[in-house]
Design a protein. Structure first.
Length: 89
């Protein structure tokens, strides 16, 4: 669960500043949303550009470098205990 939370945060941060999507003629794109809490009413929302997944490549490169640096899980745990601080339960 902790790793999922970290990945969700990375995804959110890397895609937080997406631009407003445009049509070929330069007009901004919008969509109509019908939220449940506003029964019978609609809301116009902007359409954003597609998500960016470049952070995945960076994670894989970092993972492969760490795998070469730490040959076993025991060595990695010893190194991480000196780097990472974990609060008491």
């Amino acid at each position: 669960m902790k790793q999922r939370l970290h990945l969700a945060a990375l995804h959110s941060v890397s895609n937080a500043h997406r631009k407003h999507a445009e049509m070929k003629n330069g007009e901004k794109r919008h969509r109509i949303s019908y939220p449940k809490y506003k029964a019978g009413h609609h809301v116009v929302k902007p359409v954003k550009e597609a998500c960016n997944y470049d952070y995945v490549t960076e994670l894989i490169v970092e993972l492969l470098q760490l795998k070469q640096q730490f040959k076993s899980i025991r060595i990695a745990k010893q190194a991480s205990s000196s780097i990472l601080f974990s609060p008491p339960p």
